[in-house]
Structure formats: structure tokens, C-alpha cells
Design a protein around this ligand. Structure first.
Ligand code: PGA
Length: 251
């Protein structure tokens, strides 16, 4: 499987800014993307229709969504359906990002529904998991990851494959803080996620990609991406500029 180098633009950028960044990124990556790398950018919904065609014009680059509501269509004011995302050229979507868990109050049950619904609709899903600093201090890292994986994947045990599912390990204390998890912490968490994936998905779990996220920058990406069981990265702050994200992609 190719390494998945993913950008999460969160709630940043106007349409014009998103188009400018995507255009610059496409120029920086076209014909330079190594054969073992795949690129994903998840912008706000508002600019998906403008940004997706720019990205998908580059071989190996994809557009994705940061969120959606798990229903086909209907009276869900303010929400976006997977079909609407596919219609805009999205190939991937995130579920369970820590900001949705901790700022928007999403719980494991809803996140599991999103993973299952998204896969059924034809999106490739990235399930985000990770502990808070209090949970880490209390020695609960493995218990938290196990619960988030079990509930997040409960509806897809028969249909998740290495091609349609990835997991992002993002320790909450390392997101947007500048505090990156050290190699030992990343190795231990990724090994645990791998073990759990193999237990939950016996035939596919060994190949499902596990991304690391949390203060990934151009100067630490090269080390992180070469660690055991690190099959990609999910980048927030450092993905907002084409130059810095392209350095991470090529690290
Ligand atoms: P960060 O965000 O790179 O700014 O820490 C990562 C994420 O939230 O996915």
C-alpha cells in the first residue's frame, strides 16, 4: 500500500485561498510524487467543488471531507450526505477527529455509524482515534484506543479492507500544540492499533494503513513516516501552506 499523506484544512480558508493553495500544491507535486505516496486534502465543504478538480488533476492526489452525516438524504438541516460528497469528487472522509469528539461532543456510537455508512456509500474512511493527556497520565492509552477502534469499526467488520479503511492515531495532546509524540510513543501506540486491527479484521488488519497525526511538520515528517507501522500522516497546521505540506509529502 502507498503511504497516505493527508491534509486537514479544518475551518480555514476562503474559496479563493483554498483554490490558490491547491493550485500551488498541484504544481509542486505534479510529476514529483514518489510511486509509494498518495496525497489527500480535506478542505471545508464550502470549497470542495472548487478544490477537488484541481487536486484530482494530479495523479495520486485525492480530495476528502472532514465530516458528514450518516444518512442518504432527508430532513437533516445543516448536514451533508456522503452522496453529496461523492458528487463533488471526494474519495475519502474522516470520522471521529478529536475536535469532533471533544469540541462537538461526538461519541463512539455515532462515529461507528459514520464509518459504516460512509463505506457503504462508497467513500474510503479514515477513523481517527487518540487519547487525551489525562487519559495518558492515568495509564489508559490502550483502553481508550481499544474502545474507539471496537466501537468505530463495529459496523464494518465484514466489509472493511485495506483499500477502503485507514486509521489515524492522533494523541489529542499533540494536536495543534506543537508537541509531537516521540518515536517511542508513536511506535507503541501504532503497534497496539495494529494488534487490535488484526484481531478485529483478521484478513485485512495487517495491511490497513495507520496514519500518525499531531504537530507533524516538515522537519519531523521524515522520521515519523519511516517508523514501524506508520503508513502515512494526517497534518493540520502545517498543511495550510502548499510549500510546507509538499515538503511533508516528499519527506
Ligand atoms: P496538527 O493537527 O497537525 O495541527 O497538530 C492534526 C490534526 O488535527 O489532524
Amino acid at each position: 500500500m502507498k503511504k497516505l499523506m493527508a491534509a486537514n484544512w479544518k475551518m480555514y480558508k476562503t474559496v479563493a485561498e483554498g483554490v490558490a493553495t491547491a493550485t500551488e500544491l498541484a504544481k509542486l507535486l505534479a510529476d514529483r510524487l514518489p510511486a509509494d505516496r498518495e496525497v489527500l486534502v480535506c478542505p471545508s465543504f464550502t470549497m470542495l467543488s472548487a478544490v477537488a478538480p484541481i487536486l484530482t488533476g494530479v495523479e495520486g492526489c485525492f480530495a476528502g471531507a472532514q465530516n458528514f452525516y450518516p444518512a442518504g438524504q432527508g430532513a437533516f438541516t445543516g448536514e451533508i450526505a456522503p452522496e453529496q460528497l461523492l458528487d463533488l469528487g471526494c474519495a475519502y472522509a474522516l470520522a471521529g477527529h478529536s475536535e469532533r469528539r471533544h469540541v462537538l461532543g461526538e461519541e463512539d456510537g455515532l462515529i461507528g455509524k459514520k464509518v459504516a455508512f460512509g463505506l457503504d456509500a462508497g467513500l474510503k474512511m479514515i477513523l481517527c482515534v487518540g487519547e487525551t493527556i489525562d487519559e495518558r497520565r492515568a495509564g489508559q492509552v490502550e483502553a481508550v484506543l481499544a474502545r474507539q477502534l471496537e466501537m468505530g469499526l463495529a459496523g464494518v467488520l465484514e466489509k472493511a479492507t485495506a483499500a477502503n479503511l485507514a486509521v489515524a492515531y492522533e494523541p489529542v495532546w499533540a494536536i495543534g500544540t506543537g508537541e509531537v509524540a516521540g518515536p517511542a510513543e508513536i511506535l507503541a501506540a501504532h503497534a497496539f492499533v495494529r494488534e487490535k486491527l488484526v484481531a478485529l479484521l483478521p484478513s485485512e488488519g495487517a495491511a490497513v494503513r495507520i496514519l500518525y497525526g499531531g504537530s507533524v511538520k516538515p522537519d519531523n515528517a521524515g522520521t515519523i513516516i519511516r517508523l514501524d507501522n506508520v503508513d502515512g500522516v494526517l497534518v493540520g497546521g502545517a498543511s495550510l501552506k502548499a510549500d510546507s505540506f509538499s515538503q511533508i509529502v516528499l519527506a
